[in-house]
Write a protein that binds this ligand. Structure first.
Ligand code: ADP
Ligand code: ZN
Ligand code: ZN
Length: 728
């Protein structure tokens, strides 16, 4: 007998090894350590076979068995197979993504000791009054004195402050101890809601009863504008499932998983909940995975990869903001979290809710085809009035850092009324280009077909494609002139202009640069929430799921780039961004305004969005996509290749094309990628389109095996991506 093992290498096959003499065969789903080339690798057993598929003398033995039982339950194991086929990705790349990093690396799957904060003798005796001037420390002390364990990895999730923790430790009131986590216990089935929920409005009640009366798999699209009470529907539907003793998996976009969101779920459900997002460390992730697997978690709330958390008795999956691009994994195993969640719901035979104010066209198409059920929440739940929409023609107007005089006037008015203002500009940095006024030289990245972005505050120019950077030049490298001007406007410049125009009004900037430090996004959001900052500047990061009741004016500074983008999804993204941000304005009792600045005030897309709304836009966009033979009507995959020389990448795709049987799948390309040169590599791609799934699947599977045997594939890096979201 031989063992067939999935290894984390991008080859579309399994690897045969000899089992260890005198031990039982390792079970499928367990990890093994095997020799691979000069090193050893952690692999996952997939099957046993009588034939090794190569010269038996060359088959090496497994070095060690790492688990006794499979790490995957039956549905997750099936999910891996389905996903591997659907995404044309070897199991060796799929399976490791489904388990915690520590297990991927081969560490033990038994519980690891963790750091726990405990009271010292002095801490036990300390009175709250002694910390009267340090409310954060007081809260921490009270928590520990009430007998709660506090694991270090949970400090942030429980909304305690690190500095307060350190202060208590410095005072000798608490200390850190290494302890073994207690064995997970099943979550309690006897419980009551932690708060009284609001009475549902009729639309919410219809949605909840449709979901809760359903048994088995069913996909429900909860289509409701921001503030229409979608979360309330999730919570009510969840309560019913939890009451039956089944657990719930909730997925949200990375940026939507704020302490406020977490607190909202905790308030409603006083039940064990695992929270999984990017700042949870590997240790804590493993511990969460173990608790969930042992049936200790009633709720798992997390971002994309939390979708793979094992839950023994799953009853419902919820995906909030299902249209969000962050559900797409962009490297390695390139899956869409929403689509895999639907597959998981199908395999577990449970309902799934896809919530959004702006459902993806893919999702709406599934509704039209009768595969998903459409539930709408048309009205805002709490107080709230429709917003006033303004299309600001900026032709002929002088712009100050992208702001037109009428917009500046409006900002002034809203600030004078004591409200907050939110400005969107989808370009970070100070300016997207640096130009020599004398010779016209534009500073280009040497490794990419792209201009350097000026980051004035950091005194750098940075290429946003490859990350290369250098000191902000003072002189033109071509002619030596010192007359270097920036072109265009980024968020950094906009923020500066606002500080000049409104010197007495504090502002906050939210983009990838200003929030790269851990905790800084949260600190900035807090400055907005507290009302201290009144002008908010940001990229679309700022658009997602935040509730700021005092924002009454929202403006998109430049919508034109999206109107003329080469990406067929650009219009959909603009429509989603617009609809989402419009929902940010005037949510409380205050009337809101939304301004779109454009040089194209006659553009039909803008008129449709403002006049008829997202639903009508989506309807037309679906028709257009059908006529253009694009997703979601057509099935799309993209073959990408990059190499040190253009002809290598292009030639490989050309040869791959020659291997494709005629008919069934259309292959368009090879063509240069929109960014043809990136980080010194030349990039080419080809689109593969078929009218239905089966054709794409059946033709591309054998084709891919043939492609992976081409000689030319060795001289480039390449991959095939199913359902690509970006064609850059
Ligand atoms: P969404 O998730 O669609 O943005 P939420 O569920 O967060 O909407 O609801 C928006 C606001 O309205 C919240 O403050 C919520 O507590 C409140 N709300 C939701 N449903 C109701 C209801 N039926 N009655 C009263 N308030 C509600
Ligand atoms: Zn010059
Ligand atoms: Zn570059």
């Amino acid at each position: 007998m031989y063992v067939q093992i999935a290894l984390p290498v991008p080859l579309p096959r399994l690897f045969s090894y000899r089992p260890i003499d005198g031990q039982p065969l390792p079970r499928p789903g367990t990890r093994v350590r095997v020799p691979f080339g000069a090193q050893s690798q952690v692999g996952i057993v997939v099957a046993h076979a009588e034939e090794p598929g190569l010269d038996p003398a060359k088959v090496k033995p497994v070095q060690a068995y790492l688990d006794e039982a499979s790490l995957f339950d039956a549905s997750l194991w099936k999910l891996a197979q389905t996903a591997s086929r659907y995404y044309f990705t070897p199991l060796g790349l799929v399976l490791p993504q489904m388990i915690p990093v520590k297990l991927r690396k081969g560490e033990g799957s038994d519980p690891q000791p963790c750091t726990q904060w405990q009271l010292t003798e002095a801490g036990r005796l300390a009175t709250p009054e002694s910390l009267k001037r340090a409310p954060q420390q007081q809260r921490l002390l009270a928590y520990l004195q009430a007998g709660h364990p506090l694991e270090d990895g949970q400090v942030t999730a429980l909304e305690f402050s690190r500095p307060a923790l350190k202060a208590l430790a410095d005072k000798g009131l608490i200390l850190a101890q290494e302890v073994l986590p207690p064995a997970p216990e099943p979550w309690p089935r006897e419980w009551t809601l932690g708060e009284t929920p609001p009475v549902l409005n009729p639309e919410q009640a219809v949605a909840v009863s449709a979901i809760n009366q359903h048994r088995g798999f069913g996909c429900f699209v909860l289509d409701g504008v921001t503030g229409s009470g979608k979360t309330e529907v999730y919570l009510t539907a969840m309560a019913e499932v939890l009451r039956r003793g089944q657990s719930v998996l909730v997925l949200v976009p990375e940026i939507g998983l704020t302490p406020q969101t977490i607190a909202r779920f905790r308030r409603r459900f006083p039940l064990p909940m695992e929270v999984l997002h990017s700042s949870v460390n590997d240790n804590e992730r493993l511990a969460s995975w173990q608790r969930a697997r042992a049936g200790g978690a009633a709720i798992v709330l997390g971002t994309r990869s939390a979708l793979f958390t094992p839950l023994p008795d799953l009853g419902l999956i919820v995906i909030d903001e299902e249209h969000d691009a962050s559900f797409k994994q962009q490297e390695g195993f390139r899956y869409h979290g929403r689509d895999l969640a639907v597959m998981r719901a199908q395999l577990e035979n449970v309902p799934i809710i896809l919530g959004s104010a702006t459902p993806a066209l893919e999702t709406l198409n599934n509704v039209k085809q009768g595969r998903y059920r459409h539930l709408t929440l048309a009205k805002r739940a709490g107080a709230g009035q429709p917003v006033r929409q303004i299309l600001q023609d900026i032709r002929h107007l002088p712009l100050d850092a992208g702001l037109s005089p009428p917009l500046i006037q409006r900002i002034r008015q809203h600030l004078a009324d004591g409200n907050q203002v939110m400005l969107f500009l989808n370009r970070r940095g100070f300016a997207p280009a640096l130009l020599c006024h004398e010779c016209g030289h534009l500073h280009e990245c040497q490794r990419c077909d792209a201009f350097y972005t000026v980051h004035q505050h950091a005194n750098l120019v940075i290429c946003h494609h490859c990350g290369s950077q250098k000191r902000l030049p003072r002189q033109c490298p071509d002619c030596g002139s010192t007359q270097l001007f920036t072109r265009g406007v980024g968020t950094e410049q906009l923020e500066q202009a606002l500080e000049r125009l409104f010197p007495d009004t504090p502002s906050v900037r939210i983009d990838r640069d200003s929030t790269s430090r851990k905790g800084s996004l949260e600190a900035k959001l807090e400055r907005i929430r507290s009302g201290e900052a009144r002008i908010l500047v940001g990229t679309q990061m700022l658009a997602k799921g935040h509730h700021f009741p005092d924002v009454t004016l929202v403006a998109l500074l430049d919508v034109d780039s999206a109107l003329f983008s080469a990406d067929f999804r650009a219009a959909e993204r603009l429509a989603q961004l617009y609809t989402q941000v419009a929902g940010r304005s005037g949510r409380a009792a205050k009337k809101g305004e939304v301004v779109l600045q454009t040089h194209q005030p006659e553009h039909p897309l803008l008129h449709q969005l403002l006049g008829a709304g997202y639903g009508a836009f989506a309807e037309d966009a679906l028709t257009e996509r059908r006529q253009a033979q694009l997703p979601p009507h057509w099935q799309l995959a993209v073959l990408r290749a990059e190499a040190t020389q253009a002809h290598l990448a292009q030639g490989f795709i050309q040869q791959a094309k020659a291997l494709l049987p005629k008919g069934g799948v259309q292959m368009i390309g090879p063509m240069p990628a929109p960014l043809e040169r990136k980080a010194g590599k030349y990039r080419f791609q080809a689109l593969l389109l078929a009218e239905d799934r089966r054709t794409l699947q059946q033709l591309l599977e054998p084709w891919l095996v043939a492609v992976s045997q081409l000689d030319s594939q060795k001289r480039c890096r390449w991959h095939l991506e199913r359902d690509p979201q970006d064609l850059l």
